[in-house]
Design a protein around this ligand. Structure first.
Ligand SMILES: NC(=O)c1ccc[n+]([C@@H]2O[C@H](COP(=O)([O-])OP(=O)(O)OC[C@H]3O[C@@H](n4cnc5c(N)ncnc54)[C@H](O)[C@@H]3O)[C@@H](O)[C@H]2O)c1
Length: 281
């Protein structure tokens, strides 16, 4: 019960990573303010737990919604201990030579501006709370190309930099700020971004799991609970010396090319050694 008596705010709590984190925080004693635009999904999250979960409609692209959420959580419980700035979606899929200003701005508002103001409006309610901290959802897409569309990746790289800058700004209050960088996690984000029908959703999730198994040293599809556990660690007392950093949770997909971790895949050095041996023979 690492979060007994704590107040935690989670955005994007109706589905996937946010839902898993909400349930995990509540299972460890926190009162969780679970926020999302999907009210039916929020109700399902709340009914899956015996813990105290308060659902709140909040569109994180609207700063007035974010402020109202933070003010309400603090007014009802006396303050805020942890905020998990997590809500998101795939954003505009266009490459940089085709993207329109509206799509770019929409993506930045949803994925980056939302985190900035999730911090901005929670801080006044966190000052003086022992162990207060933020966890922000970035992505392995922040590392470089190949994991997501361009606007999404740039926004998630911005989340990493914001995390560092905010950790410096808030050090005067002893408020920690960290990020988590999920790899491919089998949630609704892929199917929703592409507008897949419910009928195709199970098939799409199967394809994502199969791809993950083929591309990662840890040969299974990532689950929302894998990320939730990392988030709880970063928010907990066990991470009291950790700030301004980010935890990659990706089954190892970013550690390097397949031949670096799979002995069954010959690499250049194997080929050169073979050449040398053939030359001697
Ligand atoms: N699934 C992955 O592989 C993956 C990888 C890296 C990062 N992420 C990030 O993790 C976070 C959670 O995504 P997920 O995979 O759980 O997806 P998901 O679709 O299962 O959940 C996202 C939630 O955010 C909510 N949301 C969307 N727009 C919102 C808005 N304007 N205001 C409030 N809520 C809103 C959705 O309704 C949904 O409940 C996102 O920031 C995403 O970019 C996901």
């Amino acid at each position: 019960m690492r979060f007994n008596g704590k107040t935690v705010v989670v955005t994007g709590a109706a589905s996937g990573i946010g839902r898993a984190a909400t349930l995990a925080f509540a299972a460890e004693g926190a009162t969780v303010y679970a926020a999302d635009i999907d009210e039916a999904g929020l109700a399902k999250t709340a009914s899956a737990s015996n813990g105290p979960i308060v659902t709140a409609r909040c569109d994180v692209t609207r700063t007035e919604d974010i402020k109202a959420l933070m003010d309400r959580a603090a007014a009802e419980t006396g303050g805020i201990d942890t905020v998990f700035n997590n809500a998101g979606a795939g954003g505009d899929r266009a490459p940089i030579d085709e993207i329109e200003p509206e799509g770019w701005d929409r993506t930045m508002d949803l994925l980056l501006r939302s985190v900035a103001f999730g911090i901005r409006y929670a801080v006044p309610h966190m000052i003086g709370r022992k162990g207060a901290s933020f966890v922000n959802t970035s992505s392995i897409a922040a590392i470089g190309p190949g994991y997501s569309p361009t606007a999404y990746a740039v926004a998630k790289a911005g989340v990493l930099h914001l995390t560092k800058l905010a950790s410096a700004d808030l050090a005067k209050y002893q408020i920690r700020v960290n990020a988590v960088q999920p790899g491919f996690i089998n949630t609704n984000i892929f199917t929703r971004s592409l507008g897949l029908t419910d009928a195709l959703e199970a098939q799409a999730k199967g394809a994502i799991a199969a791809m993950s198994q083929a591309a990662q040293p840890i040969a299974r599809g990532g689950q929302a609970e894998d990320i939730a556990q990392a988030v709880l660690f970063l928010a907990s007392e066990a991470a009291s010396f950790v700030t301004g950093t980010s935890l990659i949770v990706d089954g190892g997909i970013t550690i390097g090319p397949r031949h670096s971790w799979d002995p069954a895949m010959p690499d250049l050095f194997d080929a050169l050694q073979q050449m040398a041996e053939d030359g001697k023979a």
